[in-house]
Design a protein around this ligand. Structure first.
Ligand code: ADP
Ligand code: MG
Length: 585
């Protein structure tokens, strides 16, 4: 008895909408794309209730005539392509000609626009695909879209949206990506009338610094100008890596993509040059430009992924270009500086190149950090690590450690009666802070700070679920998580830390935890490691002589003085007789 019938166009538009419009952020993405394509130099995005109640995008672009304003919401209405060939080389963002049709089919939609050649603007209103009246309206040159009650006719979609904070985080990310790709365009983002982003027109460098929340001096410029592939952008100084992957931006021909392999290429670059601790990730903005024919941006309906025709080449170019950038900025000179006479600094987090063959770096992993608190384990641990007995006999200073000076803003040189000491300034300070915290750990977790309102972080659904699952353990170390996964209190030592970052950390720690009977200890140690690292003097910071002398004085009283809490050595001692021997004395 089934009768074939053709779906009304509103319904087929709503089905098509499923492809394009997944959530408020996808609406914002389409509208901002259009604004930029229309030559806007200033774009303002407003959302209310995470975009459920209102999404508004206002631009000062060229606007539309009243005829175009009516046409643009029809499916396959576009001014950007006219033949199938155009699809393969189109340089503008949108080209399907269906975004506005899709959006207006699943919302209460309003468009006000005016082009510069006419005095009056046009207002078009559509309610879930049904056109209401079109009228003339006062308007500035440019276009405003207002989307109210998104997903009104598709309650299942609506039910899939996350809380307002999370949705608004997605929106922000879209805007930031456009902001990076178009530094000369100003952007504003208001959430519930509160200003979240305000980005004045700038340069790629200034925009990057703003989005990564870093000073320009802490960024190393990446530049590869190959024939087929150009890579430009910025990576952060090694000391400024963070526990979260949120600050990693990849743009391909101006579009944000997510590509874990390319992100890994960047991390690999740090591992092969400056070194990076196991739990940290570089912050970066990399913009790849290549012939549109060599990259298929349409493999994913929302275009977050791309397919390169030569992915391996792109990966290597990214890695090598970032290595070059790090070397330049650290002025280390070319490939991997390892000193053969140095005790090999190779615990959990650093890497060394095997031989001179230029082959793959060798990775020597240990569970160093896990055993750090048992002094008797240190010997066993070190020898297991590199089979190097000498390293076990780490000397203690004889007499007073006297400062010689700072080297390259990274190392502290000192001497005592028996030789010369070199310290990794960050690792040294970190170790001392860690010990200080560790000695009063019980009181540190007992003192907590109640947040004024529970803090909901921009976590994915399953990250939130993991937090909730471990709420009891986390409560024992001072983090109270409510049934919705919002944080209600933090231990006082975290009261001035960036809360979203700390929460992201918690999730990562849960991931890395053998959560069982030692879970509380695990979290405690991770927390204190984090706090001792954040706030310690950075590798790359200039230090005053008094500060350095203070660290040297403390060194003598530091109990676990050999490694930083993550397991890297923090000093290197050269006895005078070894020095003499070098000079045949
Ligand atoms: P597409 O961007 O793929 O062409 P859309 O449905 O997103 O399809 O937009 C349809 C058309 O509406 C565009 O081709 C453009 O001509 C016009 N348009 C959309 N947004 C704007 C805007 N902000 N300013 C000027 N014209 C616009
Ligand atoms: Mg478009």
């Amino acid at each position: 008895m089934n009768q074939i019938h053709v779906l009304p166009s509103e319904v087929s538009d709503q089905i098509a909408a499923g492809e394009v419009v997944e959530r408020p952020a996808s609406v914002v993405k389409e509208l901002v794309e259009n604004a930029i394509d229309a030559g806007a130099t200033h774009v303002v995005v407003r959302i209310v209730d995470g975009g459920r109640e209102l999404i508004e995008v206002q631009d000062n672009g060229r606007g539309m005539s009243s005829v175009d304003a009516e046409l643009c919401v029809q499916r396959h209405a576009t001014s950007k392509i006219s033949s199938i060939d155009d699809l393969f080389s189109v340089q503008t963002f949108g080209f399907r000609g269906e975004a506005l049709a899709a959006i207006s089919s699943v919302s209460e939609f309003e468009l006000i626009t005016r082009s510069s050649d006419v005095d009056a603007g046009t207002r078009v209103q559509i309610d879930c695909g049904k056109k209401l009246e079109t009228e003339s309206a006062a308007a500035n040159v440019g276009t405003i879209f207002r989307i109210r009650n998104l997903f009104k006719p598709t309650p299942v979609r609506l039910a899939h949206l996350k809380n307002a904070g999370t949705e608004s985080g997605y929106v922000k990310k879209e805007i930031e990506a456009f902001a990076l790709a178009h530094p000369s365009v100003g952007f504003e983002f208001l959430r519930d009338e509160k200003n979240v982003l305000q980005l004045a027109p700038g340069t790629f460098a200034s925009r990057t610094a703003e989005i990564l929340n870093e000073k320009i001096e802490q960024l190393a410029e990446v530049e590869h100008l190959g024939q087929e592939l150009k890579i430009t952008g910025w990576v952060v100084a090694p000391g400024h890596c963070t526990p979260s992957r949120k600050h990693q931006w990849l743009l391909v021909n101006g579009r944000r993509i997510e590509d874990s392999k390319l992100a890994w290429a960047v991390r690999e670059a740090y591992q092969q040059s400056a070194g990076i601790e196991k739990h940290l990730h570089p912050k970066f903005v990399l913009s790849l430009t290549l012939d549109p024919l060599l990259v298929d941006v349409n493999v994913h309906p929302r275009k977050l992924e791309v397919k390169f025709s030569e992915p391996g080449d792109v990966w290597k170019s990214v890695r090598d270009t970032v290595i070059a950038a790090l070397h330049r900025s650290l002025s280390i000179g070319s490939p991997v500086a390892t000193f053969s006479h140095m005790p090999s600094p190779t615990p959990a987090c650093s890497y060394s190149r095997s031989g001179g063959s230029g082959g793959a770096p060798s990775v020597r992993a240990t569970n160093a950090a896990a055993s750090l608190f048992a002094p008797k384990n240190f010997a066993a641990l070190s020898s297991a690590r590199d089979g190097n007995i000498e390293e076990l006999e780490r000397p203690t200073p004889t007499g007073e450690l006297r400062l010689i000076g700072q080297i390259a803003q990274r190392y502290i040189a000192a001497q005592d009666e028996s030789g010369v000491w070199m310290f990794d300034q960050h690792a040294l300070h970190e170790r001392q802070r860690f010990e200080e915290f560790w000695n009063k750990r019980d009181e540190l977790v007992r003192e907590r700070q109640q947040l004024l309102t529970p803090h909901q972080s921009n976590l994915s659904e399953d990250e939130t679920a993991r937090l909730i699952e471990h709420a009891e353990t986390l409560a024992a170390v001072g983090f109270e998580i409510n049934v919705e996964g919002a944080v209600e209190s933090v231990p006082s030592i975290f009261s001035s830390s960036p809360i979203d970052e700390v929460i992201q950390q918690l999730v990562d720690w849960i991931d890395g935890a053998q959560v069982g009977e030692h879970a509380v200890d695990h979290f405690l140690r991770k927390m204190l490691e984090y706090r001792s690292c954040r706030g310690a003097v950075m590798f790359g910071d200039r230090m005053e002589p008094e500060e350095m002398q203070r660290l040297l004085d403390d060194f003598g009283t530091t109990q676990w003085r050999n490694l930083c809490p993550h397991g890297r050595p923090n000093h290197w001692f050269i006895p005078f007789d070894e020095l003499d021997a070098k000079f045949h004395r």
